[in-house]
Write a protein that binds this ligand. Structure first.
Ligand code: ADP
Length: 376
């Protein structure tokens, strides 16, 4: 069955077409028929048309049975759902909490439903995997009406990636996900850590928005909330501007003064740029602290897994994060860590193994979409 995956960014549309079936999923033989990226998108309907004309030859006139959409903020949805008017409305309602993401998802969903009226359309949320967080992990220590009335809680993001990596780890070990405790570090433009206990997310570093937690390309991660309020209330800083600074002009970019791209920052650090060195150290140190915390949250772990552009490709960052964690049972193997590969691989055979597993977000969206077409 042909399943189309659509992932809308702020000005781009990523697409992928899979041939899959329940049997193909069981035997891990789903096929990627084509994929691409439409950039500088002004209308999602136009972008979708470009995707279809690019995919024309591989579609071969066959109908697309299902379309899976990545949606960043799914509020309290605990899993993927078939999109109807009520689901569209819910995604729209969550736009206030994810103004940079949900409106784009909604635009592509509307275009997709119009373009393919006979297909089943499925929303796959980045938040859903974290709906298993226990209250002590998702609650902010604030008066309860902030949770009940303002919906202020930790939602967590990157759930599609964390889930895909946890499933792949279990598959590689020939056992069910329920047998493992994993700490997954998704390090890309956005970065988050997730504690996955028996296949369920029990703790994650992003919170009410994707700003909380780690240092990222242009995002600050954790900052004392009252320091920010101090800037607004006492220093007269404009709140919208501050929000923009924290999301778009902080992180690696701000500390290094060089770039938000880890490759550039590492290169500058190598050639002696002190600010770039500090950026890399701060990035690694923050990640290391979260790993320590999640070891405590799960009373240990079987493996630490790196994914995302930086996690998959940057040996020095993996080494920096894992340096001096041997007392906690984590050590990288310098030879295995340096080896270049696009495959899932072990890079440290310590008590807590260290792995690199490429994220398969698109494949997971395709599989979830098929799952909604063939409910068990
Ligand atoms: P997104 O989060 O947008 O999906 P990616 O997962 O592709 O992005 O991650 C982008 C990040 O990965 C960038 O900071 C980029 O510098 C980094 N990256 C990609 N390849 C390498 C590499 N070989 N070494 C270090 N960082 C890399």
């Amino acid at each position: 069955m042909k399943i189309l995956v659509l992932n809308a960014g702020s000005s781009s549309l990523k697409y992928a077409l899979y041939e899959t079936s329940p049997e193909a999923i069981a035997s891990d033989t789903d096929r990627l028929l084509g994929e691409g990226l439409v950039e500088r998108v002004s209308s999602m309907a136009e972008a979708l048309k470009s995707a279809f004309s690019a995919l024309g030859p591989v579609l071969g006139g066959e109908a697309v049975a299902g379309v899976g959409y990545r949606v960043v903020h799914g509020g309290m949805f605990p899993g993927s759902v078939v999109i109807d008017a009520a689901v569209e409305q819910a995604i729209d309602g969550l736009s206030a909490m994810a103004p940079l993401h949900n409106p784009h998802s909604l635009a592509v969903i509307r275009a997709g439903r119009e373009h393919l009226p006979n297909a089943v359309h499925v929303a796959v949320f980045d938040t859903a995997f974290h709906q298993t967080l226990p209250p002590e992990a998702y609650a902010y220590a604030m008066p309860p009406e902030y949770l009940t009335e303002k919906k202020m809680r930790r939602y967590g993001f990157h759930g599609i990636s964390h889930r895909s990596v946890a499933l792949r780890f279990a598959k590689l070990h020939g056992k069910p996900a329920a047998e493992f405790r994993l700490i997954v570090c998704h390090l890309g433009n956005g970065c988050s850590v997730c504690a996955v206990e028996r296949g369920r997310s029990v703790e994650t570093s992003m919170g009410f928005t994707p700003l909380e937690g780690l240092v990222m390309g242009t995002r600050s991660g954790d900052v004392d909330a009252s320091a920010l309020l101090h800037l607004i209330v006492r220093e007269g800083e404009d709140p919208e501007r501050l929000l923009h600074t924290l999301n778009n002009a902080s992180g690696l970019q701000a500390i290094s003064g060089v770039s938000n791209d880890m490759r550039d920052v590492l290169q500058a650090a190598d050639s002696g740029n002190e600010r770039a060195r500090l950026a890399v150290r701060t990035f690694c140190y923050r990640a290391k602290k979260f790993i320590g915390a999640y070891l405590a949250a799960m009373n240990g772990a079987d493996a630490l897994v790196f994914t995302g552009g930086i996690g998959e490709h940057s040996a020095p960052v993996r080494a920096g994060i894992c340096a001096e964690l041997d007392q906690l049972g984590i050590a990288i193997d310098p030879v295995l860590n340096q080896a270049q590969s696009r495959q899932a691989r072990c890079v440290g055979r310590s008590k807590i193994a260290v792995w690199v597993i490429p994220t398969e977000e698109q494949l997971l969206i395709a599989r979830d979409t098929l799952g909604c077409l063939h409910p068990h």
